[in-house]
Design a protein around this ligand. Structure first.
Ligand code: CAA
Length: 278
């Protein structure tokens, strides 16, 4: 089994890490060699930590090869796309993947809020396109949503489900509806949390403590938004609002102001909290 991962940002690198950990030959594609190397460094760091902590015996980073060419994914059995959440960019990529990959290769998207059916509609083989939606941080979160688009055939769906299991995840089956299962619930909930900051005049620290200690969340909503990225959350929120028109899906003005100011969370060094970027 050979897996391709297109886009080695936080999500793609996490997915590639899972593939290497599962002993699968993995081809990672980034737009520049530098970005690819940065992702490889991150993957090696986290897998080395797992060895040091005795969670795994060893890993073979040699299973991961890097490329800047989509053509190098030609012999992959499954390709997982984790690039920017722009429909046109994703459609163009899937058209290219369809051209270079074997006819029986399964093509998966890690989109969190776009329609898999719409992405697949740009291609002439939508039957082999499926959603594989991982959660952030992908190596730590057990869930993967396996999303059946309108024209996905069983062979592709079942192969994506089996790969999810092989990566040690807990896959669930769902259909291509806005936000699928978890984000349909989590995004409006996080928006509620942000609105409560202003309504209840509570600090991010106290809101986080409230949801951790009063509702059993593993991390508070402000910490979680900083982890996911304010821009990523807003993008998903706007995409859901666009489709469902529910007021709770609409982007909270506080988050829009944060995005405009470049306060994107951990990745920019500052969001609700400040982070050391080194
Ligand atoms: N990749 C790989 N390994 C990582 C990592 C990453 N990104 N981040 C941390 N780790 C490793 C670290 O090596 C760390 O160990 P060391 O510090 O010893 O090196 C180890 O994982 C454990 O880290 P933590 O101590 O921080 O782990 P934790 O037990 O506190 O749990 C958590 C962390 C799993 C993230 C937990 O806090 C949690 O479940 N939070 C909620 C996350 C969540 O809800 N995610 C969903 C976001 S929504 C989404 O993703 C949908 C979307 O489409 C936008």
């Amino acid at each position: 089994m050979k897996v391709g991962v297109v886009g080695l940002g936080a999500m793609g690198a996490g997915i590639a890490q899972l593939c290497v950990e599962a002993g699968l030959e993995t081809v990672g594609r980034e737009v520049t060699a530098e970005l690819g190397e940065k992702a490889r460094g991150r993957i090696e760091h986290f897998l080395t930590r797992k060895v040091e902590k005795g969670q795994i015996e060893a890993f073979d980073i040699g299973l991961l090869s890097l490329t800047t060419e989509v053509a190098d994914l030609a012999d992959c059995d499954v390709v997982i796309e984790a690039i920017v959440e722009e429909p046109a960019a994703k459609q163009a990529l899937f058209v290219e993947l369809e051209r270079v990959c074997r006819a029986d290769a399964v093509l998966a998207t890690n989109t969190s809020a776009l329609s898999v059916t719409e992405i697949a509609s740009a291609t002439s083989s939508p039957q082999r396109i499926v959603g594989m939606h991982f959660f952030n941080p992908a190596p730590l979160m057990p869930l993967v949503e396996i999303v059946r688009a309108e024209l996905t055939e069983d062979a592709a769906f079942d192969a994506a489900f089996a790969l999810g299991e092989q990566l040690g995840k807990h896959p669930i089956r769902c259909h291509d509806t806005p936000g699928f299962v978890v984000n349909r619930v989590l995004i409006p909930l996080l928006n509620d949390c942000v609105r409560v900051l202003d309504e209840a005049r509570v600090s991010p620290e106290d809101l986080d403590a409230g949801m951790q200690h009063g509702a059993g969340w593993p991390m508070g909503p402000c910490t979680l938004l900083d982890l996911v990225g304010i821009d990523v959350h807003l993008h998903a929120s706007e995409a859901l609002y666009d489709k469902l028109r529910e007021p709770r899906m609409a982007a909270p003005p506080r988050l829009v102001a944060m995005r405009n100011a470049g306060l994107l969370g951990r990745k920019s060094g500052r969001g609700f909290y400040s982070y050391d970027k080194t």
